[in-house]
Design a protein around this ligand. Structure first.
Ligand SMILES: C[S@@+](CC[C@H](N)C(=O)[O-])C[C@H]1O[C@@H](n2cnc3c(N)ncnc32)[C@H](O)[C@@H]1O
Length: 182
């Protein structure tokens, strides 16, 4: 069975979701998500861009329903046709983001603008959409100060947090993510 690295970073080259110069999140995600691979989970990702991560989740999770949200601020959209279990929504991360979804999610990943105000509003509006035992993940945090602000907010909502700081091992200064759970 392919690992998430095999799928998202084939050949460990520079291409794919987490190429050689990427954030090194995939090994963390594989450990966190492995037991969910063939379960009928629901996953929401904020930030689609060219669709690389959505494509990766589609391959990795055989039964998952996947929702991607993007306002296409970067001007790049996926060219690939996704399977029926993938839904792409055009919307911005703002106060109305929670109104977009009737469903709840097992995994929510925020990889949209990476701005603190957006990360906070997304959590504010979406953490109630997380299922029991679910994971709320914020990618690409670029400073200890910002991490501390986010962690404080997550803790105030009774979430526990794990921080994965990959900054020493990558070329990107924002290779830090928080995984939150209740
Ligand atoms: C880092 S890229 C996402 C990359 C994708 N998750 C991947 O790994 O392949 C960030 C995306 O967030 C979108 N974005 C930026 N600000 C946004 C906002 N306020 N609301 C929704 N999407 C936003 C951009 O258009 C861009 O496509």
């Amino acid at each position: 069975m392919k690992t998430l690295q095999d799928i998202g970073c084939p050949g460990k080259g520079n291409t794919g979701y987490d190429g050689r110069k990427g954030h090194n999140y995939l090994v963390v995600y594989d450990a966190l998500f492995y037991q969910l691979r063939d379960k009928p989970i629901t996953l929401l990702e904020l930030g689609v861009h060219g669709g690389k991560s959505i494509e990766m989740w589609e391959q990795y999770f055989s039964q998952a329903k996947i929702v991607g949200v993007d306002n296409w601020a970067d001007g790049i959209r996926p060219t690939k046709q996704f399977q029926d279990r993938v839904r792409i929504v055009t919307a911005s991360v703002d106060e109305k983001i929670g109104d977009l979804f009737d469903e709840t999610f097992d995994i929510i990943i925020d990889d949209a603008s990476h701005q603190l105000d957006h990360q906070l509003i997304a959590f504010e509006k979406l953490h109630g959409k997380l299922r029991e035992g679910g994971l709320y993940i914020i990618e690409d945090i670029n400073s200890d100060q910002r991490r501390d602000l986010l962690v404080a907010r997550l803790h105030s909502a009774d979430f526990k947090t794990m921080t994965f700081d990959n900054r020493p091992y990558t070329v990107w200064p924002d290779s830090m993510m928080i995984v939150a759970y209740r």
